[in-house]
Design a protein around this ligand. Structure first.
Ligand code: G6P
Length: 391
């Protein structure tokens, strides 16, 4: 089994470090980083000069359905656990590029409510295993109501892959650690590709699409870069390993990052952790803040940056102990945090809708090291299963 782990101590560790490669696999043959215009123009014009040249996304399992999806009344994402967080992270991208209203459903809650679903709903079922009972039941429920059902899974031939009308395989490779890591980042890449594919006929969005596609091309390199924070995350884990609790604040694209980081910390490191929407901070969580409770704040440069900087200032004004995830070389954050009870985790800058894919990686490493230092089973946390096939 140490051969299976490719020299790593645990599958979770191996799978975290595989991510530059696994996300490359998710994009392979699907993202055309070179546009048709580049190919034709015999490289005389720098492609970055012309923002209107076209770049294409080819999703074989979905291409016949783009038009139907675009004509739908709404997109509904349905998932459980980490897969749900991937949906949350990509909701805004889908709204922005596909220009459709997007709702999110935890599969169990959708079933509990017996929520209304209609023939013109486009339901997207996201599941690493493709076998999760709640997600599968929600799929049967939606199918019976005549919705178009789209699967996003990591398992060819799985129950969800077989029962959906169309879909996208994320091709992240087999994931063995119970806590999902590489499947999460590949799900976000797949959902982003889907949003891009659905915006293909919009001329107005073309420049924006090209920016996102270019950033996708850089993503493996950015993940490679952020993985270099491993020893720094081990140090941070040493510092946090005896804590009772850890809060994580994010908003916008990175609300999902906050929830997912907290889920990782609770499910593998068995430490209480909560991911919180920073916009709700003053409606309750602020009461918990003191100089002892460690708080991770996601403050990378996106359209929420100014608001997150103000969150940092409000927390510091109350003497909070902060760990700030920011972009490399952010002098505003450095100045704000200087000479305080603060630690910085500096990550490479990417397109804002892809920043959650970069930001989660150091926090995966942190939860991994916390687990090892606290002496718990990394790959099989107590009471949990990789694929929950009963509901
Ligand atoms: C279980 C696993 C989680 C996973 C969730 C959904 O709870 O422990 O890691 O996120 O199921 O699994 P799925 O295979 O549907 O993505």
């Amino acid at each position: 089994s140490s051969i299976m782990k490719g020299g790593y101590d645990h599958y979770m560790q191996k799978e975290i470090h595989e991510q530059p490669d696994s996300i490359q696999q998710t994009m392979r043959g699907r993202v055309d980083f070179q546009s048709a215009a580049d190919k034709a123009s015999s490289k005389r014009v720098d492609p970055s000069w012309d923002p209107y040249h076209e770049k294409r996304i080819t999703l074989g399992g979905l291409v016949d359905h783009y038009r139907t999806i675009k004509r739908g009344r709404r997109v509904m994402f349905v998932a459980c656990g980490t897969s749900f967080h991937a949906c949350l992270a990509c909701r805004q991208t889908m709204e922005e590029l596909a220009e459709l209203p997007v709702t999110l459903e935890l599969a169990s809650d959708l079933l509990d409510r017996q929520a209304p679903i209609f023939r013109d709903d486009m339901c997207v079922f996201v599941s690493q295993s493709g076998e999760t009972a709640d997600t599968l039941k929600a799929l049967e429920y939606a199918k019976a109501r005549g919705a178009l059902c789209i699967g996003i899974t990591n398992t060819v031939g799985s129950a969800i892959a077989r029962s959906t009308h169309c879909g996208v395989h994320i091709n992240a490779g087999c994931e063995i650690g119970v806590a999902s890591t590489k499947a999460y980042t590949s799900q976000m890449v797949a959902l982003t590709m889907m949003a891009l594919a659905l915006s293909e006929d919009s001329i107005r969005l073309r420049a924006r699409r090209n920016e996102v596609i270019n950033a996708l091309g850089m993503l493996p390199e950015h993940i490679r870069e952020v993985l270099k924070l491993d020893s720094q995350m081990l140090e941070l884990a040493e510092e946090l390993k005896t804590e009772q609790s850890l809060l994580v604040f994010g908003r916008g694209y990175n609300y999902a990052t906050a929830l997912e980081a907290a889920l990782k910390v609770k499910e593998v490191a068995l430490m209480h952790s909560e991911g919180l929407l920073a916009g709700e901070m003053k409606h309750g969580p602020l009461a918990l803040v003191d100089e002892h409770l460690p708080i991770i704040v996601l403050a990378t440069r996106d359209r929420m940056y100014a608001k997150m900087l103000s969150v940092v200032q409000q927390l510091l004004a109350r003497g909070a102990r902060l760990i700030i995830v920011c972009n490399a070389g952010d002098t505003d954050i450095r100045e704000t945090a200087a000479s305080r009870n603060c630690r910085l985790i500096e990550v490479p800058l990417t397109e804002e809708c892809l920043q959650p894919i970069v930001n989660i990686v150091p926090l995966q490493l942190l939860s991994y090291h916390l687990t090892v230092l606290r002496g718990y089973n990394v790959d099989q946390p107590r009471n949990l299963a990789k694929s929950v096939t009963v509901s």
